[in-house]
Write a protein that binds this ligand. Structure first.
Ligand SMILES: Nc1nc2c(ncn2[C@@H]2O[C@H](COP(=O)(O)OP(=O)(O)OP(=O)(O)O)[C@@H](O)[C@H]2O)c(=O)[nH]1
Length: 694
C-alpha cells in the first residue's frame, strides 16, 4: 500500500496542530498556567506539526531550513514530550539526556546536508533512542501512575520505536533508498501512518492520564476531607490525644494501604522523641526508636525534628541520614521514609509525622500535600490536648487556691448557694452539704437580708462590677457575726451568678464601734461628749430653719464640786457625776441631748419647743428649775474606807446658763459660748440659780 507522502505530511501537520490547539485549550481550562505538563505536550505537538510543515515545504524553501530545522523540531518535540511526562510525575528530568539529541541532530544534519541516506539512518536511530528513553521512564513510573492512560502512551511509544527500528534496518540494509523525504514508498507509508497513529495514541493517553489523575486526586481529597472531619469530631469530643493520634495513623493507612505511618512526640525539653505512635510498624523497631535524641543523621524523623525541615529518604539503604539506622529499617522491611516535622502555631517542634513504604518510593506533589496536611492535623490535636492539659492544671491550681483560701468563698446563682469552700463552712459552722442548695438569705441576719437581695440584683444586672459591704450572718456555732461580703458577677455553668468572698470582721467591727463610742461618748457617764453635742446642735439649727420652733441650750456647772473630791476622793466625785448625769436625763425627753463637757460641766440641748419666744422661754425656765431641783436632791454615795463601805451623804447645787434660739443665724460654738457666759453670770450672782443670756 502506497500513500502519497506529501499528502501524508499535510495530514500529520493538520493533526498535530489540531491536537496541539485542543490540548492547549484543555490545559488553559484546567490550570491557568503555562508550564504545566499539558501545555508542554501541546508545545511538543506544535513542534511536531512545525517539523512536518517544513518537510512539506521542501523545494519551496531553503533545503537547509527544511532539513536541519525540521528534524531539530522533531527531536525537540520528543524532548518536550519527555519534559511533560517528567513534570507530570513531579520528577526532575535529566536535561542532558532529553536535549542532547536535539543538538546532535542540528549539528549532524547541518554537516550531512548532502547525504540523505545517512540522515535517515541517524534520525531513525535518534528518534528510536528518544522514544525508548521515554518508554523506559513511563515503565519505571508505572507503580505511581493509575488508570489506562499510561498503557495507551506506552503503546504509542512502542509503535514509534517499532516504526523507527524498521526504518533503521531497512536503511542500513540498503533495501530502501531515498533521495528526498517526500518520496513515497512502502517504508515511508508505514512510517508515517504509524507516526500519525502514535501521535493520536500518545496525545489521547496523556490527556487521559492527566484526567484520571485529577479524578483520583479529587476522590482522594474527598476521602481526606471526610477523614480530617472525623479527626476534628474526635477533637471536639475531647477524646484523649493517644486515641486521636492513633485514629490519624489508622485513617491514613486505610486511605493509602501502601503506606505505614508513625507519629513521634518530642519531650518538653525538645530533645528526645519520647512517645511513638506507629501501630503498623514492628514492635522491635518502635522500641529502638523510642527515646532517641534528635539530631542530624538520626534517620528521617530525628533529623526532621532537629532541622524543622521535611526529610525525604527515598532509599533508606543509601540515605546519609539513615547510616546508623538502615539495618534496623531494613530488618523491619522499610525501604523509604518521608518525615514531616509537626510544628506548633508558634513554630515550635512538637514531633514528627512519617510515611514509610516497603519499596523505594519518591513522593509526588500529592504526597507532599498529604504529609503536610496530616502534620498540621497532628499539630492541632497535640496543641489542643496540651491546652486542655494546661486548663486542667490551672483549674487544679485555682481549686487549690479556693479550697485553701483564708476567706469564705461561695457562688450564688438564683439566690441559692451553689458552691461553698471549706473556709466558709468553718466560718458559718455548716458543712458543705448543708450550705449548698441553701438560700443565701437563710444565712443572713434578718436586718441585712433586704440589703443582700438588693446588692445581688445589682451585681447580676451588672450595674456594678464589684460590691463590698458589711453584713451579719447567723452562724451555727458562734451566733450572729459581722462579715465583709465582696461580690463580683461571673458565669457559672453558662448562667449568671455571683462569686462572693466573705471575711469575718466581727472583732474589727466591735472594735470600730468601741472607738466610735470613745470618740462621741463621755467615758465616765456614757453621755454624749462635746463633739456629739455639737453634731446634735447643728441638726437642731438646721431643723429650726425649717419649722421655726425654738430650741434651748442649758449650760450647767455644779457648785462647789471640788471640795467633795478633796474630802472623799475622786471616786466619790465620779459617783456624784454619774448620778447627776442620770438625774439630768430624767428631766428631759429622749429626743433632747444631755452631754458632759468634762469636769462638772453638763450641757442640755432641748429641741422642738414652742414657736413663740416667750412661751419657749417659759418652757425652758421650767425645765431649768426642774433640773436645779433634781440636782439639789441629796446624794447617798457609797465609798470604801479602809475595807469598810461607808455612805457619804452629799448635797449640791448647780448654776445654769440658758440661751434659746430659733434660727440658724448663730453657729453652735457661738450659742455654747453664750450659754457658758450666762452660766458664769449665774455663778457670780450667787450660784444655785438660772440666768438667761441677754
Ligand atoms: N471626780 C472627778 N472630778 C473631776 C473630774 N473632772 C474634773 N474634776 C474636778 O472637778 C472640779 C471642777 O472644778 P470647779 O468647777 O472649778 O470647782 P467647783 O468647786 O465646782 O467650783 P465652782 O464651779 O466655782 O463652784 C475640779 O476639782 C476637777 O479636778 C472627774 O472626771 N471626776
Amino acid at each position: 500500500m502506497l500513500i502519497h507522502t506529501p499528502t501524508m505530511f499535510l495530514v500529520i501537520v493538520t493533526t498535530s496542530f489540531t491536537l496541539a490547539l485542543a490540548i492547549a485549550w484543555i490545559s488553559y481550562r484546567k490550570n491557568n498556567s503555562l508550564f504545566n505538563p499539558l501545555f508542554m505536550w501541546s508545545l511538543a505537538l506544535a513542534l511536531h506539526g512545525g517539523a512536518y510543515l517544513l518537510f512539506s515545504l521542501r523545494g519551496y524553501i531553503n533545503d537547509a531550513v527544511s532539513i536541519v530545522v525540521g528534524n531539530s523540531f522533531l527531536s525537540a518535540g520528543f524532548a518536550l514530550f519527555g519534559e511533560a511526562i517528567y513534570r507530570f510525575h513531579d520528577e526532575q528530568p535529566n536535561r542532558l539526556t532529553l536535549w542532547a539529541p536535539v543538538v546532535f541532530i542540528a549539528i549532524s544534519f547541518s554537516i550531512l546536508l548532502d547525504n540523505q541516506q545517512a540522515r535517515m539512518v541517524i534520525s531513525a536511530l535518534v528518534f528510536t533512542l528518544q522514544s525508548a528513553a521515554l518508554l523506559a521512564f513511563a515503565i519505571k513510573m508505572r507503580n505511581n501512575t493509575i488508570g489506562r492512560g499510561q498503557y495507551i502512551i506506552e503503546t504509542g511509544l512502542v509503535s514509534v520505536i517499532a516504526a523507527m527500528m524498521l526504518r533503521e534496518i531497512s536503511f542500513l540494509l540498503g533495501s530502501t533508498k531515498l533521495t528526498s523525504i517526500a518520496e513515497s514508498n512502502s517504508i515511508q507509508s508505514y512510517t508515517f501512518i504509524t507516526v500519525l497513529v502514535s501521535l493520536l495514541l500518545l496525545s489521547i493517553g496523556f490527556v487521559l492520564m492527566t484526567h484520571e489523575r485529577a479524578e483520583k486526586r479529587a476522590l482522594d481529597n474527598q476521602a481526606f476531607t471526610k477523614f480530617s472531619n472525623k479527626i476534628l469530631d474526635l477533637l471536639s469530643l475531647n477524646r484523649p490525644l493517644d486515641d486521636i493520634l492513633n485514629a490519624i495513623i489508622n485513617g491514613i493507612e486505610r486511605l493509602h494501604p501502601e503506606m505505614l505511618c508513625s507519629i513521634l512526640l518530642l519531650d518538653k525539653r525538645g530533645r528526645f522523641l519520647n512517645r511513638i505512635f506507629a501501630p503498623s510498624l514492628p514492635e522491635f523497631y518502635n522500641s529502638a526508636i523510642q527515646g532517641v535524641e534528635i539530631g542530624l543523621g538520626v534517620g528521617s524523623c530525628g533529623t526532621a525534628a532537629y532541622t524543622k525541615q521535611r526529610v525525604i529518604a527515598e532509599k533508606i539503604a543509601t540515605h546519609p541520614y539513615w547510616v546508623s539506622y538502615k539495618e534496623l529499617a531494613l530488618q523491619a522491611g522499610l525501604a523509604s521514609c518521608w518525615s514531616q516535622p509537626v510544628l506548633s502555631s508558634n513554630q515550635k517542634v512538637l514531633g514528627t509525622f512519617a510515611i514509610y513504604h516497603r519499596d523505594e518510593h519518591a513522593p509526588e506533589s500529592s504526597d507532599i500535600e498529604l504529609i503536610e496536611a496530616v502534620a498540621k492535623l497532628a499539630s492541632v490535636a497535640i496543641e489542643r490536648s496540651s491546652s486542655v492539659e494546661q486548663l486542667r492544671e490551672s483549674e487544679k491550681h485555682y481549686r487549690l487556691l479556693i479550697e485553701t483560701a483564708n476567706e469564705g468563698i461561695c457562688v450564688v446563682n438564683d439566690g441559692v448557694l451553689r458552691y461553698a469552700n471549706p473556709k466558709l463552712c468553718e466560718l458559718t459552722g455548716y458543712d458543705a452539704n448543708t450550705l449548698t442548695n441553701k438560700s443565701i438569705i437563710d444565712l443572713i441576719y434578718h436586718e441585712d437580708q433586704a440589703m443582700v437581695i438588693e446588692n445581688q440584683k445589682k451585681l447580676l444586672l451588672t450595674t456594678v462590677n464589684d460590691l463590698k459591704y458589711a453584713i451579719r450572718i447567723s452562724t451555727r456555732h458562734r451566733g450572729v457575726r459581722w462579715f465583709e461580703l465582696s461580690g463580683v458577677a461571673f458565669e457559672w455553668h453558662g448562667d449568671n451568678a455571683s462569686l462572693n468572698f466573705l471575711t469575718d470582721i466581727h472583732d474589727r467591727k466591735l472594735m470600730d464601734e468601741k472607738i466610735q463610742q470613745l470618740a462621741y461618748l463621755d467615758a465616765l457617764t456614757q453621755l454624749p461628749n462635746r463633739r456629739l453635742l455639737i453634731e446634735h446642735l447643728k441638726q437642731a439649727l438646721a431643723r429650726n430653719i425649717r419649722n421655726a420652733s425654738y430650741s434651748a441650750l442649758l449650760f450647767l456647772d455644779l457648785d462647789n464640786f471640788k471640795p467633795l473630791n478633796d474630802k472623799h476622793g475622786h471616786n466619790v466625785g465620779d459617783m456624784l457625776l454619774i448620778e447627776v448625769a442620770r438625774r439630768l436625763q430624767l428631766c428631759v425627753r429622749q429626743t433632747d441631748t444631755v452631754a458632759r463637757f468634762g469636769g462638772d460641766e453638763f450641757v442640755i440641748l432641748i429641741t422642738d419647743m414652742d414657736a413663740d419666744e416667750s412661751s419657749a422661754h417659759t418652757q425652758t425656765e421650767s425645765i431649768a428649775k426642774k433640773i436645779l431641783s433634781a440636782v439639789a436632791d441629796p446624794y447617798l454615795l457609797q465609798t470604801d474606807n479602809n475595807g469598810t463601805t461607808i455612805t457619804v451623804e452629799h448635797r449640791c447645787t448647780a448654776s445654769i446658763g440658758v440661751i434659746t434660739f430659733n434660727n440658724g443665724d448663730s453657729s453652735g460654738e457661738k450659742l455654747l459660748d453664750r450659754a457658758d457666759a450666762a452660766m458664769y453670770r449665774a455663778k457670780q450672782e450667787g450660784r444655785n440659780t438660772i440666768r438667761f443670756y441677754q
